[in-house]
Ligand binder design. Structure first.
Ligand code: SAM
Ligand code: SF4
Ligand code: SF4
Length: 347
């Protein structure tokens, strides 16, 4: 591996893009595979038995990924999120977390998962240095959830995963619920009630037109405003300050002190102006937006032996040119633009 001391010399406040947004967060997709087939992400009709996932040789190994994470840290990234596909399917993931933990400047390492493997892995992930997890769960009804996840998996393994993560100290766990009208909007109140009064923070996510295979339609989006009103009618809410500038989720607290909920409103209340996130696909491409069609290959430069200084220059140039604000300009036509699938580029 080629290293030099450029990183030590790079100012922590790295490049700004054309809209004056710094690079602060990196989402690393460690696999494009998944044990579920959520209809809004990897519909089973598309991701069937013949679907060609990336072969091992195409995927960056942990040394390569950690080296890139170090380079990104030198450019101002302080928060990492491990994702996929289902990140817990990647072998020896705790070894990778351990490598990331040693990177100077990284002060937060989180992971997004469907939760099924958390009972098995929470302890080792915590010991390796993982800070916290976000678990995806869209319903508490086995039938609805089984249909939504495309594999008939029930709710119990996910709830056990959440519990295991809390026990291991990977909390407070955040739970992501993607709400679709006519699919699981009837589960909003039961989900809110279930997590009220616990340490788990439920976040409602508007159904997004990521990729091109999930049949997104505006009329399936349940605006956060509507969900907030529904919950507020049952349990009064008051707004809470963001935990840090640029936080994606809008926070609301139950007035009776029984915890908080969040809203990620990427369709009806966009937040591109504060978007400091870059994404690294499992194949090693840098994406500057969740809705981008293509990324910049970082794997070839790494495998050709480019130095850290050359990688810094490459990434800086990509970020300086960045102009993305897809959610702000979304309309009927943008929905049909070529876009990478979320399971591929890392949700
Ligand atoms: N497999 C892991 C999981 O499900 O948490 C990590 C990857 S998944 C792509 C990351 C997050 O993206 C999940 O919370 C999932 O619910 C969310 N997601 C996937 N497709 C979505 C869509 N079309 N709209 C909104 N959120 C979506
Ligand atoms: Fe898999 Fe997560 Fe996508 Fe569901 S949302 S198919 S669990 S990657
Ligand atoms: Fe960031 Fe792109 Fe999402 Fe806007 S649409 S918040 S630029 S990822």
């Amino acid at each position: 591996m080629v290293t030099d001391n450029t990183l030590a010399k790079t100012p922590l406040d790295g490049p700004s893009d054309t809209r004056n947004r710094r690079l602060r967060d990196l989402r690393i997709s460690v696999t494009d595979r998944c044990n579920l087939r959520c209809t809004y992400c990897m519909p089973a009709e598309v991701f069937g038995p013949d679907y060609k996932f990336l072969p091992r040789s195409e995927i960056l190994d942990y040394e390569e990924l950690a080296r890139l994470a170090r380079v990104f840290a030198g450019l101002g990234v302080s928060k990492l999120r491990i994702t996929g596909g289902e990140p817990l399917l990647r072998r020896d993931l705790p070894d990778f977390i351990r490598m990331l933990r040693t990177i100077p400047g990284i002060d937060d390492i989180a992971l997004t998962t469907n939760g099924i493997l958390l009972p098995k892995m929470s302890e080792s992930l915590k010991q390796a240095g993982l800070d916290r997890v976000t678990v995806s769960l869209d319903s508490l009804n086995d039938e609805t959830f089984g249909k939504l996840n495309g594999r008939g998996v029930g709710v119990k393994p996910v709830l056990e995963g959440i519990e295991a993560a809390q026990q291991a100290g990977l909390g407070p766990v955040k739970v992501n619920m993607v709400v679709q009208r006519g699919v699981n909007n009837q589960d909003i109140l039961p989900m809110a009630e279930h997590f009220r009064g616990t340490d788990t923070v439920l976040r409602f996510i508007e159904f997004m037109d990521v990729g091109t295979t999930n049949g997104w339609r505006m009329d399936k989006v349940v605006p956060s405003r509507e969900i907030k009103q529904l919950i507020d009618q049952n349990w009064a809410l008051e707004s809470a300050e963001p935990n840090y500038p640029g936080e994606v989720a809008r926070r609301w607290r139950y007035k009776d002190g029984r915890g908080e909920i969040g809203f990620i409103s990427s369709v009806t209340n966009t937040f591109c102006g504060d978007c400091t996130r870059a994404r690294l696909s499992a194949r090693g491409e840098l994406y500057t937006c969740l809705f981008a069609g293509t990324g910049t290959d970082l794997r070839a430069p790494i495998r050709e032996g480019k130095s850290d200084a050359e990688l810094v220059e490459l990434i800086t140039n990509v970020w300086k040119r960045r102009d993305d604000r897809y959610s702000e300009i979304r309309n009927e036509n943008t929905t049909n633009l070529p876009k990478a699938e979320m399971s591929y580029l890392g949700g």
